[in-house]
Write a protein that binds this ligand. Sequence first.
Ligand SMILES: NC(=O)c1ccc[n+]([C@@H]2O[C@H](COP(=O)([O-])OP(=O)(O)OC[C@H]3O[C@@H](n4cnc5c(N)ncnc54)[C@H](OP(=O)(O)O)[C@@H]3O)[C@@H](O)[C@H]2O)c1
Length: 320
Amino acid sequence: MRVVVHDRYGPPEVLRIEEAPAPTPAAGEVLVRVHATTVTQTDCHMRRAQPFVWRFLLGLRRPKRRVLGLEFAGVVEAVGTGVTAYAEGDRVFGLRGGAHADYICVREAGLMAHIPEGTTFVGAAALCDGVSQAWGHLNAGAVGTGTRLLVYGASGSCGTAAVQLGRHLGAHVTAVCTAKNVELMRTLGADAVIDYAQEDFTRNGATYDVILDAVGKYSFLRSRRSLAPRGRFVPTDGLHNVAFAIATRWFGGRKVVGMKPGMGYSREKVLLVKALVEEGRYRPVVDRSYPIEDVVAATRYVESWQKTGNVVMTLDAAVG
Ligand SMILES: NC(=O)c1ccc[n+]([C@@H]2O[C@H](COP(=O)([O-])OP(=O)(O)OC[C@H]3O[C@@H](n4cnc5c(N)ncnc54)[C@H](OP(=O)(O)O)[C@@H]3O)[C@@H](O)[C@H]2O)c1
């Protein structure tokens, strides 16, 4: 089978395709033939090992985990002994490290579910990562019914999920993006949309209970005057925000709050997004889809920070 590997940290060009033996499912595992996966900012952080702290997890000098990728959508090829929830031929999606490969083994009780009726492999591959990030961050910000929520970077993977999930939670959602994505934000259910090239949301007099920086490019200090007196700024990136979170815990009404351990990837979130798609209350946003052979080009596009929603990589020409 084909796997995308990297033997050193660096730019997208360190990625290459190599042949490897297909895995065999152990007891309680399912062998999935991957039809589609995604290239995410997480893959890019890991491949570059930036920020440096990633190296303490991934390997100090070189990556211990050579295969990136987390989201997958595909078909069950075989099941290990004891598996009852899945059968050969089932269409499945979920999260599993090392998904940039033709085949992966996933635990039956792992982060996997059946693909909702009517959803393509390309769409299903883009369901979990953004939702996991967005749901965790919205929970960290205690977003609920009536919360005035502003999503900065609303057109990215995390952002498009946050806009839809914010509505699901009953918040009043203001999406901030550029003109090309304004219409998309409306179709995703945003109550208000601000084109940040035309309007600085910190100067329009409006205040919000929660400002979610879904793209990791805004700052607590800049957004302070747009936060309600007990408002929360929720960043998705930036080690300096840890210091702000500690400092604001003790001083001042406005807080910086982040996801806590356990708020990220989980089986519950995979099942949540499956249910929301089935109820017609969530849809994955896919910008472009590349064949696996173009993994370097796909990765370069993700690193441009210009993707709208998600970038999918297909492993079966028939689903591209
Ligand atoms: N995939 C995930 O969900 C995931 C997982 C783990 C961590 N994270 C972290 O979460 C953050 C977001 O990741 P992502 O994958 O959602 O990002 P992304 O999809 O790559 O974000 C791209 C979007 O961000 C907008 N953007 C780019 N520069 C901007 C700026 N300066 N100000 C405002 N908007 C800007 C662009 O739209 P416009 O042209 O409309 O501005 C584009 O649509 C990152 O910090 C990442 O490290 C994300």
